[in-house]
Design a protein around this ligand. Structure first.
Ligand code: ZN
Ligand code: ZN
Length: 304
């Protein structure tokens, strides 16, 4: 088991150099080490070795329900098998149902601290702790969220299992917490630039978009929000795919979420057919007659 301090290993993972043996070429000239930056390695991993073409990003939908829904698994999805977005109360069920191996996850993104987005975190921490301890799996997570994310995680793990449970110490030792705001540029998915934007919700809530090497926005996540200027700004970039909160209804007495009418009247005129929308965080699933709007459904794989 690797028991080196996680923050140090995380630092290594982000910034250190990989040492490759280069003995044949420099056997008579130098130390015999080839240094390849990690970021370059990630870019290489994104290319198909035979064709040189980029390997597509994929987004797997794990759940599509909002806080109150008619029996849907709660909203969560995973990008390239490594970035888990949201940890709702049923996240372990959704991960198992969709054959996601916990060790493949290296980053967890939490948009805000409402229970339907975060209350499954203690169970994911418990499972990771047990895999680490009993199966010798070398796990650690970077957990990304609004200001207070570390304190929130500790509080809910203690509420779930008490402060005596060793999974709490595991989380402190093997999870790296990263607070974000609209100025942050965390690396969420290898090979893509991340931008964070603030949404208009009841508490601090952030969405993100991922930009490729050609400065094209491949994917954006618009978490719980009313329609707001930051959404308009993202849509002006003509993202290829948007995963968007569609929990609102036209007859909501006080709008808290985006409705289908708003998507049609405010979003589509900006993006035309350039952007494919997947509605999530729903009250119930829907059928769409508009080709650029689809209902996100559990198990769906979106390839870009
Ligand atoms: Zn929610
Ligand atoms: Zn919310």
């Amino acid at each position: 088991m690797d028991v080196s301090p996680p923050r140090f290993r995380d630092h290594l993972n982000r910034t250190a150099l990989v040492y490759g043996l280069y003995a044949r070429w420099c056997g008579r000239r130098g130390p015999g080490l080839l240094l390849i930056p990690i970021r370059r390695q990630k870019l290489l991993q994104r290319n198909d070795i035979r064709t040189g073409k980029n390997i597509a990003m994929n987004v797997k939908v794990l759940g599509n329900g909002g806080a109150i829904n008619d029996g849907l698994p709660y909203n969560a999805f995973i990008i390239n098998g490594t970035l888990l977005c949201e940890t709702p109360p049923d996240i372990m069920l959704s991960l198992h149902k969709n054959d996601i191996e916990i060790p493949s996850i290296n980053t967890i993104y939490i948009s805000h601290f409402h229970g339907d987005h975060v209350f499954g975190l203690p169970f994911l921490i418990l499972s990771a702790f047990l895999l680490h301890k009993t199966d010798n799996k070398n796990l650690f997570f970077t957990i990304v969220g609004p200001e207070g994310i570390e304190e929130m995680a500790e509080n809910i793990v203690i509420s779930a299992f008490t402060s005596n449970h060793p999974c709490l110490e595991w989380m402190k030792a093997f999870c790296n917490f990263l607070e974000v705001d609209e100025s942050s540029k965390p690396e969420l998915v290898g090979g893509y630039q991340t931008s964070i934007f603030k949404l208009n919700h009841l508490i601090d809530t952030y969405g993100f978009f991922l930009t490729n090497d050609d400065n094209i926005v491949e994917f954006s996540y618009v978490a719980d929000t009313r329609w707001c200027e930051s959404i308009r700004a993202v849509l002006n970039r003509q993202p290829r795919v948007v995963m968007i909160d569609l929990n609102g209804k036209d007859d909501d007495p006080e709008p808290v979420h985006i409705s289908m009418s708003e998507l049609k009247q405010k979003a589509i005129p900006i993006t035309g057919k350039n952007t494919q929308y997947y509605g999530t965080h729903l009250k119930e699933e829907f059928n769409s007659t508009i080709s650029c709007i689809k209902c996100a459904k559990p198990g769906m794989m979106i390839s870009l």
